[in-house]
Design a protein around this ligand. Sequence first.
Ligand SMILES: [Zn+2]
Length: 293
Amino acid sequence: MRALFVVLAVQVLLGAAFAVLAATGNIPFTSDEPEERAARADRFDSAAAFSLLREQVELGPRPAGSRASRALGERLRGLLPDGRFEAVPGGLRNVVGEIPGRDPRRRVVVGAHYDTKDIPGFVGANDGASGTAVAVQLARTLKPRQLGPSVVFVLFDGEESPGDAPDSEFLRRGLRGSKAIAPRLRDAEAMVLLDFVGDRELSTPREANSDEELWSRLRAAAARVGAGEAFPPAFTGAISDDHLPFIEAGVPSIDLVDFTYPCFHKPCDDLSAVSESSVDKTGETVLELLTTL
Ligand SMILES: [Zn+2]
């Protein structure tokens, strides 16, 4: 009797543990490496996006104004539809492109920064290259008049503060490209910022400054393309990023930034820290979101 009770108790405990694992999506051995699975939808060419991520990393460190960053700017201008430079104070340049929508009065902004933090040897695979790669691949995928609003793509220069600036001066000395262009885009309906979007264990909560309504539409889009687990129903503290000048200009904005990233501003932010499947989940999700705006 007692033995039977123990067996029953163990079964109940195992059942409860399984229920918890199932609820949290952590059942071991039931799927092959879930973090490596790409999104279910397949409209976004993640191989092309990842190769663009790799190409940036292979340029080496790309701090704002450096030779490598200038060369990358030229390359990105050629890749964006209607690509052009817009001056940023200090001799920097945003790269801007646009895909016209059906309604000429409406527009939304997709942004990412293409400079890297000025730390010797820092190549920014996630912090810089991932968002830029996804933004450019979205621009190569969308067709004119496919969407209601026009989509303005902005690849920001000078998001990072200069190498000699302490972190406490980031708000004043960083975000240079977004501060320069946000006032001109104040009539945009929405701004989607892509920052840390390629790390291997992608789990992007809602960042506290990000617009709640737009974020819930992003999560619904993620669920529809089979990438829901990358955008859990969680939120994190406010992060100072290129969406702030747009919020200040009155544009509802969201920042896709998985800030639990262990290689933030560290030499390990290299190709080994990012994955094509994460780039795919972000790309498919944002593509789906854009089609519903
Ligand atoms: Zn950074």
